[in-house]
Design a binder for this molecule. Structure first.
Ligand code: F6R
Length: 243
């Protein structure tokens, strides 16, 4: 695990965008694993900026997203497809046919999860997986549990995640209670992983992820066992870790 210290959110975003950009330049037809949430927004803005300046070309790039709320259609403004479309896809020249997000409208969980695993396998796996970190140490929607979730599956969201996400919905009752997510095994099969973390409110989760025991109670801690993980975190998020 390599840990890079960024000064602040902007610096974190730029450093992480540099890593993604290097991946796309070195392998234009790479498979990017993408994340939603507040943390990657600055990264996507930076990538869009470099694309607009002619420094990046996504025409051959493929993407697979980590997760999607079950029950939300793509055009719902809280769906993760909608997020990706508006925060990245529509601003760059990625072919939408090459982008993949779990289908939240598929009611048959087994069918959708098997389909999504096959999509990833048929693409040859993920070259670079971008991850954010939940306050409880979750990655994707793999919540603290008795065992690590394996392949893509349907999860019941924890109360803490529902609370954290309610800011995006009219009321807490509107927050979906289930989601499709890549599993820990799916994530760990990515060739490279880029974990981005910002803010003092994530300091405890980052400390446990990087320095604590590997335990399904802190799903991100499994990343200690991957042989190619880069963590880019800002000073506030790193405040509990002595480098
Ligand atoms: C998003 C995802 C989640 C987020 C995590 C952090 O696709 O899978 O694991 O990365 O909840 O979210 P933010 O960045 O909003 O703090």
């Amino acid at each position: 695990m390599k840990l890079y210290r960024a000064k602040d959110y902007k610096d974190m975003s730029r450093k992480a965008a540099n890593i993604i950009s290097a991946q796309v330049i070195m392998k234009p037809d790479c498979v990017l694993g993408l994340a939603t949430g507040s943390t990657p927004i600055g990264i996507y803005q930076q990538l869009i900026d470099w694309y607009n300046k002619g420094d990046l070309d996504f025409s051959e790039t493929k993407s697979v997203n980590l997760d999607e709320y079950k029950g939300l259609p793509r055009d719902n403004d809280q769906s993760y497809y909608y997020f990706m479309y508006n925060n990245l896809f529509k601003h760059v020249n990625i072919n939408l046919d090459n982008t993949n997000v779990p289908n939240g409208m598929e009611p048959d969980s087994d069918k959708e999860c098997q389909r999504y695993e096959k999509v990833i396998a048929d693409l040859g796996g993920v070259d670079l997986q971008l991850l954010g970190l939940g306050h409880n140490g979750h990655i994707g929607f793999n919540e603290p549990d008795e065992a690590f979730g394996t392949i893509t599956h349907c999860v019941d969201l924890t109360q803490s995640t529902i609370e954290a996400n309610k800011r995006f919905f009219a009321s807490i009752d509107d927050v979906p209670k289930q989601a499709y997510t890549m599993g820990i095994k799916t994530i760990m099969q990515a060739k490279k992983i880029l974990l981005v973390v910002s803010g003092a409110d994530k300091a405890e989760a980052l400390y446990k992820t990087v320095c604590g025991p590997v335990t399904p109670q802190v799903p991100g801690s499994i990343l200690q066992l991957h042989n190619n993980v880069v963590v880019v975190a800002d000073e506030a998020a790193l405040s509990k870790i002595t480098l």
